[in-house]
Design a protein around this ligand. Sequence first.
Ligand code: TYM
Length: 333
Amino acid sequence: MSGATQKQVMLSAVQPSSGLTIGNYIGALRNWVKFQRDYECWFFAVNLHAITVRQDPKELREQTYRAVATYIAAGIDPEHATLFVQSQVPQHAELAWLLNCYCYMGELGRMTQFKDKSQKAGENIPVGLFTYPVLMAADILLYDTELVPVGADQKQHIELTRDLAIRMNNAYGEDLFKVPQPMIPPVGARIMSLQDPTSKMSKSDPDPNASVFLSDSDDVIRKKIKRAVTDSGSEITDDDSKPGVKNLLSIQSAITGTSIAELVRQYAGKQYGHLKVDTAEIVVQAVSPLRAEAERLYAERAHLEKILARGAEKAREKAGRTLKRAYERIGLL
Ligand code: TYM
């Protein structure tokens, strides 16, 4: 025995459907960075999920590289965490098929993200949008994942993943799949749109002023936050009746670590304008170095490709073992 204790497995991913937002950063990516040393980590770009809505092929390819460059710029160490792209590990699509045969239509129909996105899809709703959470379950279960650091919007998908894992384990043996847990940050798990603070900040929002992207220049960030919709009245509180003000307080609190209660105390007697200027500066300070580094890495295509090739090889090996186990238990030749 070497005496070394096995680390728990942490896994997470982002869709490279457009640039990443500060919501993705605060809700997910920052936690990956924070905990990467404590876990065996698998982080990837889910380009197969991204095609559940139409993507321009060239743009999708470039956004995939940008996403990975952003992970590294944010502090993920590719020598430590395995970084890869979902489409380069065929086992994800293969396990998704198996899980499709054990997941119920009713379960998928209840998914909030499906309800939202299918409404926007119009008359022809792609089947992939419906089965999206099954592919996500495959992503997670292939790696014996224990913890999944995500924002609040993904909690329901992880609960479905747990249900599927338990269902399969009951049928084929308790050690078939590890049952994962979500890891959701106490502050910043749901950053809201700057233009409509009752809905989530989303990279697919057609209004570019609704989201701060990690690629936005300092000036653009300042302008977007200055224009953020706040609420009537003038008092700065985290009251639910003031979702716009509360959102800016959450962004500040998540980035600086100062509690919201403390921020409310500090802003007593001050105006919304002060809150906006301070929030903008705090976001600029967090995003600016990350943007510069992501741009530099994005330009180093050969270097990124090397990291991704190595990551995909490792991922295929691990995922291949899990898939083989599932095939054998189910009775597939
Ligand atoms: P995606 O690409 O929509 O978002 C990536 C991560 O960012 C979090 N997030 C937010 N957090 C706080 N406030 C927001 N406004 C906000 N918007 C997004 C998300 O919760 C997520 O953690 N289905 C996933 C991608 C996925 C995945 C996986 C994640 C596919 N397979 C396996 C974990 C494990 C998604 O669409 O995330």
